[in-house]
Design a binder for this molecule. Structure first.
Ligand code: ATR
Length: 272
């Protein structure tokens, strides 16, 4: 049985084993997928041990995405630009590092939620690792503007500089965008983890088609509640992104693309 896992710390809450086991069943792949806890100072040793036991690939979650980027002996272009790795594939003695988070977000917005990004004004909130990983895939869909807002505006400005050759980017703090409107607003800050939201002015949601929180909880995050109250037509959390990034990793490993819709439905139904 080919062996895969999600490696992280903590990792026991992860939905990835459920998702990949569903994909494997659906596509009749002989494989197993488990959760693998690595000590905070033992990422590399845990990966090498897994490889020696003939593991074929890993998903990587908090806090190891940067270490995985450094451990990879070869990188896909999207991992190299994101400077973070969420998928490792072991083949021919090499460690291939990929990043499927950004394409997962874009597929969820376009294919599942039905909103084309091309030509839209997009606001990305946050400038940490989660935001950085989705900037290039968003720009590749050719939005009219990608505005990056962050509590610490210098970090948003640095990202604008880094990605300026790929599209039209603006950067500032949350107040900087108070008088503007956005079609798509994405929360990539970790504020939802603390059950709070960035100080974004309510007027930016007036013409918003979609407010998207990359986090997911049992109930809508403070950001999604606020967005809905102030005019966002549609709200979505990160469950769809989670399943889509998993599908892209599965494709990298198995060269078969699983159906995602039934798996997203299953996860959503388990929440109630
Ligand atoms: P991640 O990998 O989840 O992106 P990170 O790299 O630590 O984690 O980045 C966290 C992001 O959430 C940052 O953009 C951070 O803003 P700062 O750069 O100003 O620190 C943002 N963030 C966290 N808590 C927040 C809050 N309560 N309000 C607004 N932004 C917050």
């Amino acid at each position: 049985l080919d062996s895969y896992a999600i490696i992280g710390n903590p990792v026991s809450h992860s939905k990835s084993p459920l998702i990949h086991t569903a994909f494997a069943q659906q596509t009749s792949q002989a494989m197993q997928y488990v959760a693998l806890l690595a000590p905070l100072d033992g990422f590399q040793a845990t990966v090498q041990d897994f490889r020696q036991r003939d593991g074929k690939g890993l998903n990587v979650t908090v806090p190891f995405k940067l270490e995985a980027y450094q451990l990879a002996t070869r990188l896909t272009e999207r991992a190299s630009i994101a400077q973070a790795v969420n998928t490792l594939k072991f083949e021919n003695g090499e460690i291939l590092g990929d990043n499927t988070d950004g394409i997962g977000l874009v597929r969820d917005i376009e294919c599942n939620l039905g909103i084309a990004i091309a030509g839209k004004r997009v606001l990305l909130m946050g400038a940490g690792g989660a935001a950085q990983g989705v900037i290039l895939p968003l720009l590749q869909r050719q939005p009219a503007l990608l505005a990056i807002a962050n509590r610490t505006p210098e970090k948003a400005a640095a990202l604008r500089k880094q990605f300026s050759t790929y599209g039209n980017i603006a950067a500032g703090d949350f107040m900087f965008f108070t008088d503007e409107h956005f079609d798509i607003i994405i929360n990539a800050t970790s504020a939802s983890l603390h059950n709070t939201m960035p100080e974004l002015h309510s007027s930016v949601f007036t013409h918003t088609l979609l407010a998207y929180d990359m986090m997911y909880q049992h109930e809508p995050t403070p950001f999604l509640k606020f967005a809905r109250q102030h005019g966002a037509q549609q709200i979505a959390d990160g469950i769809g992104m989670l399943v889509e990034q998993a599908a892209e990793s599965f494709f990298l490993w198995r060269e078969i693309r699983p159906q995602t819709e039934s798996v997203i439905m299953m996860l959503k139904s388990k929440r109630h």
